[in-house]
Design a protein around this ligand. Structure first.
Ligand code: C2O
Ligand code: CU
Length: 547
C-alpha cells in the first residue's frame, strides 16, 4: 500500500450557528474535520499539532490498529493528552477495513467539534462488491452546543448535575432549515439525474441515536463499520453514535430538491427530556434546469422519535457478505464468556455525589497513568485485573431496583484475555433507576460478529438457539437494546490494550466502560509493538514519575 503523511492542526476558531458565535477547537480550520481518503493496505501518519488551549487525543474509530495500541488514542487508556504546544504522530494501518470508518478526539467531550470521516477505497486492482458508483458523498451527522462543551461538562460533573444536551443536530456541520438562523447555510448535496452515488454516513453525535431519511428516495445499504454487507433496500436508517453506514442512492426521481432529515431515536422513557427535538436537515438537489416547488419535499418515511419497531426492523437486516471474496470466521469454540450488564446508576452513595454508569455495576475510574503504559512497563497500582465476568447477584435486569442497590461501585478493573481466545460477550440492558435506554457498545482494536439480539432478559437456554453463525454482521459498534440483550463474538488475536465502552458520551463520562487487555501471542508477530519514542507522557498532568 501507499504511505501518506498528514498534518492535523488543532486550533480554536469562531463558528456561528443558531444565531450565536463561539470559538471551538477544530482540525485544520474545518468543522466537521477533514476526510481522510486511502486505499485498503495504506498507512497514514497523522501529525497532531496541538495549538489549542487544552490537551487532546485522537482516535481512529473502526481501525483495528494491529498490535499498535500506542496509536489508538483514548485518554488514560492508551496515552495521555497531547499538551498545548506539543505534537504527536499517530500511525494508522489500514490493512483490515474497507468502506467508511472515522476519526475523533477521545479526550473530554472534544469530539463534538473534532471529528471527520475516513474513506477506505478498495485496494489497487480490486473493486467494490457492487457496480462502481458514479460519485460519492460523505454525510457527517453531529451535534451543536451553543456553549463551551468541555466547560459545561466539567461544571456539571462537579455539581453532580445531568450532562449537557445539544441545541441541535447537524448534517455536515449545519443544523439546516428547521433551526433558527440556519436556512442560509443548509448543506446542499448536488446530484446529476441518472447517476448512482455511494453515500458514506456516520453518526458523530455525542449522545443521540438518529433516524435519517431522504425524501422520495430509497437507498441500498451496502456496508457498515468498514465492512460490506448483503445489500438491502430501505427508505430510512437508524444510526447509533460511532456507527457508519454505506449506501447507494440513484438520482432517478423527478429533478427537484428533496430534504434529507435526521432526528433523534429516543429509546429512553417518554417523560425523560433528553436532547433537542428539532429535525436537522440538508437538501438533495438535482443539477440542471427545472421548476421545483418552493419548499423541498419532506421525507414521509422518517420514523417518529420513539419508533422502536423501526429501529429493530432496520437493525436486524444487517448480514455479512460471507462469500468467497469476503470470508468470515465466526468463533465457534468459545473459551471466554462474559455477561455484562449496562446500567445508569444513582448518585454513588459510597463515593462522591454524581450520577454514574456502569458495566457489571462497576463504574470505571481513569487511572493517573494510562493503562497501556502501566501494563507495558509492569507498573503496579494503576489498575486491577479483576473485572468480573458476571454482574452481582442482586441484578434483576429489566426490573426496577430499589434505591439501596442502585448505586454502583467504582474501580479501574480490566479484563485480561489470553492471545487467541474465542470470546463471547452478552450485553444486557437494565432498568436501574428506571433509566433503561439503548447503549451503543463499541470495542477498540476489533470488529465483532453480532450473532444475536433480543428483548427482555437474556435466556441462556433458549436465546443461543437463535444465533446467526452463518452470516452475522461484522461491526465495531452495536446498540445493546433498551431492556434487551445483544451477543457478540470475536477472536482475541490483536494483542494490546483496548477500550470497550458505550458510545453515548454522557454514559462514558459516568463510567460505562472497561478495558480488555489481550496478552501477547507466542511470536514477535503476535505481540504488542514497542512504543514510539515520543508517547505523550502522563507525568506532565499528574506529576507522577513513570517507572
Ligand atoms: Cu468512537 Cu472509543 O470511540
Ligand atoms: Cu450508554
Amino acid at each position: 500500500g501507499n504511505i501518506h503523511h498528514l498534518d492535523f492542526i488543532l486550533e480554536e476558531k469562531n463558528y456561528t450557528r443558531l444565531c450565536a458565535t463561539k470559538s471551538m477547537l477544530v482540525v485544520n480550520g474545518m468543522f466537521p474535520g477533514p476526510t481522510i481518503r486511502v486505499r485498503k493496505g495504506d498507512t497514514v501518519y497523522v501529525n497532531a499539532i496541538n495549538r489549542g488551549p487544552y490537551g487532546v487525543t485522537l482516535h481512529w474509530h473502526g481501525v483495528m490498529q494491529p498490535r499498535n495500541s500506542w496509536s489508538d488514542g483514548p485518554e488514560y487508556i492508551t496515552q495521555c493528552a497531547i499538551q498545548p504546544g506539543t505534537n504527536f504522530t499517530y500511525e494508522i494501518d489500514f490493512s483490515t477495513e474497507e468502506g467508511t470508518v472515522w476519526w475523533h478526539a477521545h479526550s473530554d467531550w472534544t469530539r463534538s467539534s473534532v471529528h471527520g470521516a475516513i474513506v477506505v477505497h478498495p485496494s489497487e486492482g480490486t473493486t467494490y462488491p457492487f457496480p462502481e458508483p458514479d460519485g460519492e458523498e460523505v454525510l457527517v451527522l453531529g451535534s451543536w452546543y451553543t456553549g463551551d462543551v468541555n466547560e459545561m461538562v466539567q461544571a456539571d460533573l462537579k455539581a453532580g448535575d445531568d450532562l449537557p444536551d445539544s441545541e441541535a443536530y447537524t448534517i455536515n456541520g449545519q443544523p439546516g432549515d428547521f433551526c433558527p438562523c440556519s436556512s442560509d447555510s443548509t448543506y446542499r448535496w448536488h446530484v446529476d439525474y441518472g447517476k448512482t452515488y455511494l453515500l458514506r454516513i456516520l453518526n458523530a453525535d455525542m449522545n443521540a441515536e438518529l433516524f435519517m431519511a431522504i425524501a422520495g428516495h430509497n437507498i441500498t445499504i451496502v456496508g457498515s463499520d468498514g465492512a460490506y454487507v448483503k445489500p438491502f433496500v430501505t427508505n430510512y436508517i437508524m444510526i447509533s453514535p460511532g456507527r457508519t453506514i454505506d449506501a447507494l442512492l440513484t438520482a432517478n426521481q423527478t429533478p427537484s430538491h428533496y430534504y434529507i432529515v435526521a432526528r433523534q431515536y429516543n429509546s429512553g422513557i417518554i417523560s425523560y427530556k433528553v436532547f433537542d427535538h428539532t429535525n436537522a436537515s440538508a437538501i438533495l438537489q438535482y443539477n440542471g434546469n427545472y421548476t421545483a416547488p418552493d419548499k423541498p419535499e419532506f421525507p414521509t418515511t422518517l420514523p417518529s422519535y420513539y419508533a422502536i419497531d423501526a429501529t429493530v426492523n432496520f437493525t436486524m437486516q444487517f448480514r455479512s457478505l460471507a462469500d468467497e471474496d469476503h470470508a468470515i470466521d465466526v468463533p465457534l469454540n468459545i473459551t471466554t464468556r462474559m455477561f455484562i450488564t449496562a446500567s445508569v446508576n444513582e448518585l454513588g452513595e459510597k463515593s462522591y455525589l454524581r450520577m454514574s454508569s456502569s458495566f457489571n455495576n462497576i463504574s470505571w475510574v481513569n487511572p493517573p497513568v494510562d493503562v497501556l503504559t502501566a501494563y507495558y512497563r509492569n507498573m503496579s497500582g494503576y489498575y486491577t485485573s479483576d473485572f468480573p465476568d458476571e454482574p452481582p447477584a442482586f441484578f434483576d435486569f429489566t426490573g426496577m431496583l430499589s434505591a439501596n442497590t442502585s448505586a454502583s461501585d467504582f474501580g479501574t478493573r480490566v479484563k485480561v484475555l489470553n492471545y487467541g481466545e474465542e470470546v463471547e460477550i452478552v450485553f444486557q440492558g437494565t432498568n436501574v433507576i428506571n433509566a433503561s435506554i439503548n447503549h451503543p457498545m463499541h470495542l477498540h482494536g476489533y470488529t465483532f460478529y453480532v450473532v444475536g439480539q433480543g428483548q427482555g432478559n437474556f435466556d441462556g437456554e433458549k436465546d443461543p438457539k437463535t444465533y446467526n453463525l452463518v452470516d452475522p454482521p461484522q461491526l465495531n459498534t452495536i446498540s445493546s437494546p433498551k431492556n434487551g440483550w445483544v451477543t457478540l463474538r470475536f477472536k482475541a488475536d490483536n494483542p494490546g490494550v483496548w477500550l470497550l465502552h458505550c458510545h453515548l458520551d454522557r454514559h462514558l463520562s459516568w463510567g460505562m466502560n472497561t478495558v480488555l487487555i489481550v496478552k501477547n501471542g507466542p511470536t514477535a508477530e503476535t505481540s504488542l509493538r514497542e512504543p514510539p519514542a515520543n508517547m505523550p507522557s502522563c507525568a506532565i498532568e499528574s506529576n507522577i514519575k513513570e517507572a
